[in-house]
Design a protein around this ligand. Sequence first.
Ligand code: T1G
Length: 689
Amino acid sequence: MNEVTTLTREGDIAVVTLNSPPVNALSANVREGLFEGFKAAIADDAAKAIVLICDGRTFIAGADITEFGQAPKGPGLHEVQAMIEDAPKPVVAAVHGTALGGGLEVALVCHYRVVVPSARMGLPEVNLGLLPGAGGTQRLPRVTGVEKALEMMTSGRHASAKEAHESGLADAIVEEGKLLEGAIAFAQKIVADNAPLTKIRERDDKVAGARGKPEIFEAFRKSIARKTRGFLAPEYNIQCIEAAVNLPFDEGMKVEAKLFRELVTGEQSAAQRHVFFAERQVAKIPDVPKDTPQIDVKSVGIIGAGTMGGGIAMNFVNAGIPVTIVEQAQERLDAGLAVVRKNYENSAKRGRFPMEEVDKRMSMFTGTTNLEDLADKDLVIEAIFENMDVKKDVFGKLDKIVKQGSILATNTSALDIDEIATATTRPEAVIGLHFFSPANVMKLLEIVRADKTSNEVIATSMSLAKKIGKVGVLVGVCPGFVGNRLLAQRQREANKLILEGAMPWDVDRVLFDFGLPMGPFAMSDLAGLDLGWNKETSKGETLRDLLCERDRRGQKTGAGFYDYDENRVPSPSKEVEGIIRQYAEERQIQQREISDEEILERCLLPMVNEGYKILEEGKAIRASDIDIVWIMGYGWPRYRGGPMWYGENSVGLEKVLERMQHYEEKHGPDFKPAAMLEDLVAESKKKAG
Ligand code: T1G
């Protein structure tokens, strides 16, 4: 045995206990411990059965992701699994917390599985750009059937104990907190009944029905095509299940091993594994100690019942925190609350929760036109239109009204929060909480620390983000913070490229094919080209002016950069092409053929470069935080790792620098490389000697 495994015996039942925090991942050490533990338990004649159980917060949560790409050490997982599956006595897996990935695959070679009601089981490898590489693709469908296996393995979701029991994944649910007792009793009954040592690998009943029916898989592929666009892993998972249906077990295992190797050595999985750890790193703030006292936020005040204010408020109510929402005029307040109710009713209609839940949630809203009603709130978030004087006026009033010790936050997406804080006598209580529209849906929350923001306020905001189901990323005060600052780089180049000869639909196609959900011009048409545009003052100076003046205001007018049919399906517009060419000609801008490669480089590389400027200025803690901002807030595909990971790993920093310098020569200082980028390239060259 080793330090992570103990072997004990309860009567005639051997108990192999794993204890390798934080999540009993199948590291080399754990595999060795399991191997030795089971060898001894099998050799112990007094033991009539074996229970496998884990200490700590969870059963095995999978292979140790940190070991991927390293030279394998110790017994392989298949070796350990063979030891368990071929054991001459019943093996019962006792599951609490999560049995995920390799952890569920270990449980599936045990002869029986018992769980506590709070346990969850799943094969989430697809979220790491992988597939279950330890027999899960061949064993899961033999237990749950093909349809459920397809759904579980391509979604990566965790099944509840109840669902696991109903689908045959778990043989019994035992009392919460009494897992070991329950598992031992279950094992003793198995021994007493001389029950068979069922090996899932020998089962065929759940897959036979799908044999020779490729239509099942075709239909499933169609059903997930849209949401898995660009991802390799879902298709590879499906192919493994097809093998489970159509091939003998050992042949299916060969297919699984081959496809697993392709994925684990591929770029997509490397990117998605980066995102896995980046999501966990983002919550760690080096200069804010873990034990920093936090403000207990039991009540929230929101100023502004518009689209953002209403959406923001819903997050807190959904987390059980009552909200008081302030509007200047009763009509606007009523209108804002009506939108919130509509949103909840739509969620109820979609089966998210029962209709009566709508009234329950609405009862946690208090509407008022009196700012004084926010005096006792623990957190106040201002979500009114972007005007510095108006915001400073509001913060000045809040400073006098709201009790000491509360957080005064602004949802500004552009204004200088240090400046806003000067309107109060307590700048340490001021912070930016930048939500993304629709605020009740988008996962990203840019938490903007101002110069004087206290650690308490930062620490509270970071954990509050988790509480309301957001991914909070701590950033510094600068124009556009992190997300919009990178977006501005892309937008600038996209607008220049269509004047130099590319068409809006070319730029959008290249970025859509790269994996972004929508290109900038289709996005503008969706949002409306007349946002902030004024007919009276329009002078036809910008392309937008020219389009809006022709009533091409986007999808809503059936025409924008694109023409739209009655189903809002976009198509390139000859009229827009003409407008752009004439606009460029009038400004002596030479039009030319522009390659897709140039479009991609000019739209994405300045974003990477800007990321390094942000890190230089200390406006973000880590490059991976910038990746999380764009993945959670701007639809950057997870299989591309994020802008910074893409720059460093898919392109390579040397090429990023070389291409920036290339475009700087042609297009000027917009492409001036960041000093940090130059230093990193110089350093790696030095290291390479
Ligand atoms: N390997 C290494 N470290 C892991 C890990 C893993 N599988 N899972 C979690 N950690 C670390 C994590 O980085 C964090 O570290 C700490 O544990 C707590 O995690 C052959 C190929 C289990 C539901 O995909 O989904 O098996 O930040 O903050 O919110 O087929 O962790 O504290 O230093 O997330 O309570 C498949 C991944 C692997 C499950 C717990 N398994 N983990 O959530 O804590 S591939 C997974 C999770 C595989 C086989 C294949 C969650 C969790 P730190 P946490 P949590």
